[in-house]
Design a protein. Sequence first.
Length: 131
Amino acid sequence: MEVSIIEKILRNTQTVEIENSIAKQVGCDIYKDNLSLMAGFIKEEVENSQLSADKIEGYINKNKEVIITFGVNFLEKSKPESLSTGIAITYSIYLIYLKEKDEKELLEYLKRRRIPKPQKLLEQLLRIETN
């Protein structure tokens, strides 16, 4: 997968609107400097998800409000000072797994990403409301 594909998704109007809305509602800034560097990190995340970039971008384009609600609820207790561009992609991957795959597949994805305490994050993701 080319980094340019990820950069395209990061520049997508829906992606930008989702990330800006989440940041505004949570009360923090979005780190958008060095988009190429960020795209490289996100590329690895997308590859680990085993989902196509087209599927993720399609989800972003069709589920703006769901992703925003999920993101705000996910960050509700942590109150971050800033977020990185690409959170719309991350949250879309989580949501696709939650809606289209089973818990075991989501847990395996979290392990491929080398998330510390993946079972704990899985349980947190399963509790988040998107309505």
